[in-house]
Design a protein around this ligand. Sequence first.
Ligand SMILES: [Zn+2]
Length: 275
Amino acid sequence: MPELPEMEAWRRALDGPVSAFPIEKAGPGHIATLKTFDPPLEVLEGRRLVGAKRRAKRLLFPTEDGELVLVVHLMTAGRLRYLLPGEKRPKTPAFRLRFEGGAELILTEAGKKKRAGVWLLTPEAADAELAHLGPEANELDAGQLGEILAGESRRLHSLLRDQRVIAGIGRAWANEILHVAKLSPYALSKDLRPDEVNRLHEAIQSELARGLELRERGANDKRTYRIHNKLAEPCFVCGTPVAQVDFEEHTIYYCPECQTGGRVLKDRRLSRLLR
Ligand SMILES: [Zn+2]
């Protein structure tokens, strides 16, 4: 799933183009993708978008008149593309916006499952829809992070991915951040010492910035990630083979030397079953 760096790179790329021309035709949208029907999509036609904004892993496209916001959540397999007039179009995109002059914003989704979503909302309804989200991960200061960590005792990997607590981090960047912070994915948030809180804060900022820079240059997953999906490859810091463990619904990647003092983490799902 695209996370904060990926979505922010997309936002920056789309910000100018989507506001260049008024919308000529909105939709159609796949029945599973379009999550709202009132107001109808047609009310977008003739209006101009003011640009692209982002909240957590969602993109927001407000209209210039301030009356409407188009919200897009790509989930795992959704992709947004801005196509110039004459560029080849996918036959049945999940959603499309055509602009005057012929450019199009296209949402496609690989695979049969349609999980990506598009909402057309008033600004008030959009605020309500996004109200459950925590502060943006890349805007947190160390003090705020310390308060969040002290607020509840949770395993770090799980807490970092909880959008209601901190917005924008998913499993890939949680792996990258915890590796740079030299912290165990299973460490409990309340157990962190002040120097560890600072390390985690620095790692969140530096890793999200590194990710954004790479994604803006078009780097793929293989080049962007250094720990995530790198099972058995040497850790880039110490050379120890990267390990993995299943936790909740995710596979965590980590370095046993850098992060867990040489200990191999146990599969929590399995140990729960055997208890
Ligand atoms: Zn290592």
